[in-house]
Design a binder for this molecule. Sequence first.
Ligand code: HEM
Length: 510
Amino acid sequence: MDVLTLSRVQFALTIMFHYLFPPLSIGLGVLMVLMEGMYLRTGDDRYHAMTKFWTKIFAVNFAMGVATGIVMEFEFGTNWANYARYVGDIFGSVLAAEGIFAFFLESGFLAVLVFGWDHVSKGMHFFATLMVSFGSIFSAVWIIIANSWQQTPAGFHLVTRDGAVCAEIVDIWAVIFNPSSMNRLVHVLLGAFILGAFFVMSISAYYVLRRKHLDFAKKSFTIALIFGAISSLAVGASGHFQAKTVAHTQPAKLAALEGHYKTGPADLTLFGAPDSTAERVDYAIAVPGGLSFLVHEDFKADIPGLEEFPRDQWPNVPLVFQTYHLMIALGASFIGLTLLALFFLWRGTLFEQRWLMAVFVVAVVGPYLANQAGWVSAEAGRQPFIVYPKVTWPADGSPHPHLEMNAGDAFLKTADGLSSRKVVGSDQVFGSIVMFSVIYVLLFAVWVYVLNDKIHHGPEETAATPPPSTTASDLVETAARRVNPSGYSLTEPHRDTPGKTVEESVPPKE
Ligand code: HEM
């Protein structure tokens, strides 16, 4: 394989591995803020135990995110030096802002969050949790701005330095609010919230199935379920706005996302297999004119097909199409699952649905896949460009966009972003891929081991404080928790043996 392909494989491998961790930190961070907020508001020690437990998992995950994130910055220098030179002024500023405003905030308060429970006031601890969560979101803000700038460059001019063309910032606000950054940010954050919610639901459902830490598990599950349902509904809406931006700024990407080869009204395909040789989508199940409607609110509106662009400007259509549709199918399944669980919650029988709990244990794989698939479709969809050219549309509104690629226009093909071949050769890149793979397998094993240990250990049991309302049933409940902190309720019948109370059916000791 040539250096270009190997370098792309290397970058894809390292960034996809890295992207297992940041979305979980972002999603868990917000959930921790919600849980600790409830603790402050109610004084109920169970929320305290919940925040403490999820904080431990957050800390492990955060460390993995930092360790795996540094690698890409080195790859910019070693493999992608021409690209680094081209975008250096923009990326340098944005990534420096990330380091100073977000990473320092996050890591500074992390110590208070993890070790400060008995050393600072409740209010101060909550502030630390808020800052850590805010820091992880703020990190995403800067990284998304940098990524979006390459998709829709703005706020720069081109200069020549030492014979090389570079983009230099002329308007930092235009860089920050480039045409795709805010839509993408909302979408990525919602994807992260969904992952955080499904992660908490997965571990909580596991405890419910094993009949361990029941009170903790049910409360954690409920909070995460509400958060996950809202985020799942919102991500579809945000994805729609994003698709509209893509239609305007990256029409070849939109055509690839939907396998739309010929200019004309475009269908919304649910499933299919694009064939770029025959220029059609086989086995397609589609809503006729659906894409035209979503983009232009008109089922008959023309959408430019891939035929508008030379073949060498087409992305890998099957890859972009399938990853995009995988993301959407998973997104629809998250809505279905969370709404179903909300229905059972409303009926008061959610935690008796053992089959649904089993589904939720494994469903966490879904948001991991959807987040990865979303990024693959977005990044592979802008190929062969690493910095996407400006698109101009005919004044008469006809669907024939034009990519501006004259001397003086900003654009960079991925192949031209590579370091000079004298600097890095294919054998070196291949060797580094093998080494990264080995190290990542080991890192992943450590992560799974530590996570498993934390899950096995479970939350610290609380000698529960009485809830603020001291009704007779609350007091009995509190007494029950003191007797058996991880177990059953005295006041509710044991659901798995209908009609029996805890005295009648002794829960299995784990
Ligand atoms: C349910 C309907 C959904 C729609 C209509 C949708 C739409 C889109 C579109 C159009 C893009 C490409 C944007 C671009 O290239 O600029 C995208 C990317 C992405 N999507 Fe989705 N999406 C949906 C669900 C999801 C879900 C459920 C997740 C994750 C849990 C997710 C995570 C992502 C990510 C991480 C990206 C890449 C970053 C970006 O470009 O925004 N999406 N999505």
